[in-house]
Design a protein. Sequence first.
Length: 326
Amino acid sequence: MSRRSSIASTMTAVAFISAASGCSSLTSPAPTFHSAASGVRAMPQAGGRWTAKAPMPTGRAQLAAGVINGIVYAIGGFNGGALNTLEAYNPSTDTWTTKAPMPTARYSLAAGVINGILYAVGGGGGGGLLNELEAYDPTTNSWSTRASMPTARIQLAAGVVDGKLYAIGGRVTSAGCFNTVEAYDPVSDSWTTKAHMAIKRCNLSVGVIDGKLYAIGGFNAEHWVEAYDPATNTWTTKSRMPTGRQGLAVGVVGGRLYAIDGYNTGLSKTNEAYNPATDNWSEKTNAPMKRDLLSAVAVDNVIYTIGGSNHGIGPTLNTVEAYNPP
């Protein structure tokens, strides 16, 4: 077995371990990174600029991130096992600090910020799939447990609209992905099931623009883009992403969504921007480094891409790169 196959198989096995919380036992299949049909080509435009930033103290893939008061919080992930690590990045000083660990170690989780509180939901760890929801308050550097998500799952994505956290897609069995959407209300500490996506997908990413959630790419839907309107509880199919990918990261700046890096038939450092006003995609300056299973956030109109992997080749990454859109 080659070094690439050996490490990739190890990481994949971790991503499909036995389910907890009533879910059926899972197998550990070989990696399922399939290619998709070619998408519509984007028109090249001015690209913007990338710069390297201070590396994250703990290299990791399959992490999540959120922003509170201009500080980036990187939580959980995988580095030889599930992590409960929480590290905070200050873009103004380009420095990292370690914070209180998350109660539940996990990878392939999702996160969102509501009213200055960081919520971590789902993922895998401890021998099964997780539905735990835990909340971090940076003012006290402490965590608390909230109502569990109805559907335990890994490889999901999340977005926040009008004070509610939407958990979207993910994987609950080794056989395929889910199109499940569940919304959490922190005021009532309760979950509500919402309209399903048209396409089942996992290892996707989500961005929020003007009160709508955009589900981008992912396994089983590498090119597909769907928009969810919480006001009407409906999904609409949008223009396909030119470069189909899973394990990508998404950042939103200036009313545009930037889809960065990921994996399809190979690792990608592609950067493509979606404009919901025109329903069109455009090419931007590629990221300096190819990687997947990373996270991204935006602070002061700059997108920060954090961590990730080389698709199972070598160690997980602590790389941080900043993209300043045109």
